[in-house]
Design a protein around this ligand. Structure first.
Ligand SMILES: Nc1ncnc2c1ncn2[C@@H]1O[C@H](COP(=O)(O)OP(=O)(O)O)[C@@H](O)[C@H]1O
Ligand SMILES: Cc1ncsc1CCOP(=O)(O)O
Ligand SMILES: [Mg+2]
Length: 238
């Protein structure tokens, strides 16, 4: 949670974390977008999450969902699908295992990680985008972004992302921030993802020794420093 708040604050956005149902309407009214992270929740929190999402739909604030580990634990898949049945979501951002689980595709997920499977990653992402009528960002070595028809691939990467727990959470919240300033969630998701990936890649390239512990803080520093010119110079996508 700390990395998420610091990462998006460094980018110039303004995070606020909330867990209290009674402030849900006020929170949603004042924000530009809502990111729901299902990393660790209890049943009462699910009620609060559903309330926040209902207000977000009412006040037309975009919602980004990070369905952490839904592929690994059936309970999570069920709760996440129940939530998605109730609300309109702009973007779902997950790794291959999470996206496959929500798209009803068999996959061997592993905890918070992507795990392994044989399905075509782009087809699976498109299936979920069509099923939930939203944009899907399926992260991995190549990040796949789709609205169900068009597909954009972002190639900037570093293995250090995998060693830093919370990289996916930071990416999802970054997408949330861009959805708050760009009406088209497909555009917002692409911009956020390329900035995040370029920032991580630049950190990795600048490190004398690629070490997991120092990657996190340096990623936050790079999110602070990174500018449009730098992203345009290094972005690799099609
Ligand atoms: N195998 C990989 N090699 C390099 N970068 C990766 C790899 N897998 C994921 N990433 C990057 O890590 C970031 C977080 O994505 P991911 O690890 O898939 O999310 P999560 O942490 O939720 O599993 C993304 O920016 C993605 O591009
Ligand atoms: C370790 C852990 N446990 C519940 S959520 C979480 C963090 C997941 O982070 P990410 O999916 O971004 O690696
Ligand atoms: Mg994750």
């Amino acid at each position: 949670m700390q990395d998420v708040a610091n990462g998006i604050n460094a980018l110039g956005a303004s995070p606020i974390m909330s867990e209290e149902q009674n402030e849900a309407e006020a929170m949603v009214k004042m924000c530009n977008s809502v990111t729901i992270n299902l990393g660790a929740f209890t049943e009462p929190q699910l009620e609060q999450i559903a309330t926040v999402c209902a207000f977000a739909n009412k006040y037309q604030k975009p919602i980004v969902i990070d369905p952490v580990a839904v592929g690994a634990v059936e309970y999570r898949t069920e709760r996440c699908n129940e939530l998605l049945d109730q609300i309109d979501v702009s973007v779902i951002r997950g790794n291959a295992g999470e996206v496959a689980a929500l798209a009803d595709v068999a996959w061997n997920s592993k905890g918070i990680d992507a795990g392994e499977g044989t399905g075509d990653l782009e087809d699976i992402a498109k299936k979920l985008a069509k099923k939930r009528d939203c944009v899907v960002v399926e992260s991995g070595k190549t990040d796949i972004i789709t609205d169900g028809d068009a597909v954009v691939r972002i190639f900037n990467e570093t293995d250090l992302f995998k060693l830093h727990v919370g990289s996916g959470d930071m990416l999802s919240s970054t997408i949330g921030c861009f959805c708050g300033v760009e009406k088209d969630p497909f555009e917002a998701a692409q911009t956020a993802t390329v900035i995040f990936d370029v920032a991580g890649e630049l950190v990795a390239k600048s490190m004398k020794q690629p070490l997991a512990g120092s990657f996190g803080p340096q990623l936050i520093d790079e999110l602070h420093l990174v500018d449009v010119k730098t992203v345009e110079k290094y972005a690799q996508y099609e």
